[in-house]
Design a protein around this ligand. Structure first.
Ligand code: GLY
Length: 374
């Protein structure tokens, strides 16, 4: 149950978001930014890796559905088609981000049987391509940085592999993606429910060596966005597998997030870093979606209520406490105070494309009454 005042807040914020995205795609056609610099999308700072293209297409699909306007639908199809070749991309571990945000929405919104078949084929191929990242010895999907590296972020990309395995009846794919999740659960999720960004493995033997980080503060600290990917991703895996171990992991990650975050629900970039950025709004936006999902997965009514209300708290904070750029003239993004990579000084306290997408996504879900759409 979403109170009417929250629905209204979501609708008003979505109107602002729609205007910002319209300006982005009309001012910079076919441009897929990752983060703003000084509030502007167009700059020449590095990408580090290419993983955000589906988020822009995904937001355009949200606005196509909400507005019912042909212009938005044309843009959504155009921006999605620009991604089609990525179904074969072996360079990144992010094909869930690329295709689940964009082509999966297209699949849900088209009634044309032939078009549905074409779209589904692309999504399945993207899931199969992700499966090719599997390291047999270590039993994990490798990250984009190195064969010996497994990222917590990959948990948010495995849903598309489960989907591809189910759609194509591919048992081997189902087994390997399940093994990846169990490996991540064992080595990247700690006893207190916190997560490490990265696990490093011995390529000869598959032995786990140590935890590490790129975007968090230290190897043994807790990077908030990684936590968001984990609590959301393990929940998604539970929804596919109904394996209670994954629900338990998602809940432990969620509870760590709640315990360590101020009551407004927006975490810092890293919970252990003293003097770091106070806010990482994209982790909050992602987590709101993860909490909403968990509220509908958990069999415990008290927990369900707690997660549901926490999702609402996060959204209310983001909408009402100066995170939305509506009062910041000239800022081209929707949500401010996100951070991409503090160590490399990329997109620190800026708008970040995944923060925009997951914010728009949770606003849209709550505006529709709060049923998790996935
Ligand atoms: N590398 C994905 C992220 O920044 O969360």
């Amino acid at each position: 149950m979403v109170p009417n005042e929250i629905k209204e807040l979501c609708d008003n914020t979505l109107d602002f978001a729609q205007g910002q995205v319209k300006k982005l795609i009309t001012n910079h056609p076919d441009y897929f930014p990752l983060y703003t610099e000084g509030g502007k999308w167009k700059h020449d700072k590095q990408a580090w890796t290419n993983w955000c293209e589906g988020f822009l297409a995904g937001m355009i699909w949200v606005f196509a559905e909400r507005s019912g306007e042909a212009w938005w639908k044309q843009q959504a199809i155009h921006y999605s088609n620009l991604l089609e070749d990525r179904q074969f991309d072996r360079e990144v571990h992010d094909l869930g981000f690329v295709f689940w945000s964009s082509w999966r929405r297209w699949l849900a919104l088209t009634d044309d049987a032939a078009e549905k078949e074409r779209i589904n084929k692309v999504i399945i191929q993207a899931g199969k391509t992700m499966g090719l990242r599997f390291n047999e010895k270590g039993r994990y999907l490798r990250s984009f940085v190195a064969p010996e590296s497994c990222f917590i972020d990959i948990m948010m990309n495995v849903g598309i592999i489960f989907y591809a395995a189910q759609q194509s009846g591919d048992e081997a794919l189902l087994n390997l993606v399940t093994e990846h999740c169990l490996t991540t659960r064992r080595y990247l999720v700690r006893g207190d429910g916190s997560t490490a960004h990265e696990g490093l493995f011995n390529l000869e033997t598959g032995e786990f060596i140590r935890q590490s980080t790129h975007q968090g503060w230290r190897d043994d600290s807790s990077w908030a966005r990684g936590q968001a990917w984990a609590l959301y991703g393990f929940g998604t895996v539970y929804s596919y597998t109904k394996d209670k171990r994954f629900l338990d992991t998602a809940q432990r990650c969620a509870d760590f997030y709640i315990d360590r975050t101020p009551s407004h629900g927006v975490p810092p970039n890293d919970w252990e870093e003293e003097g770091g950025c106070e806010f990482e709004s994209s982790a909050a936006a992602i987590s709101a979606g993860g909490f909403l999902q968990l509220s509908q997965l958990t069999p415990d009514p008290e927990r369900s209520k707690k997660y549901h209300n926490y999702a609402l708290t996060i959204v209310q904070t983001l909408c009402e406490r100066g995170f939305v750029a509506s009062d910041t003239p000239g800022w081209e993004g929707i949500l401010m105070h996100g951070s991409y990579h503090e160590t490399l000084n990329l997109g620190v306290q800026q708008s970040v494309m995944w923060g925009e997408y997951f914010f728009v996504d949770i606003l849209d879900q709550l505006s529709k009454g709060g049923r998790f759409i996935g």
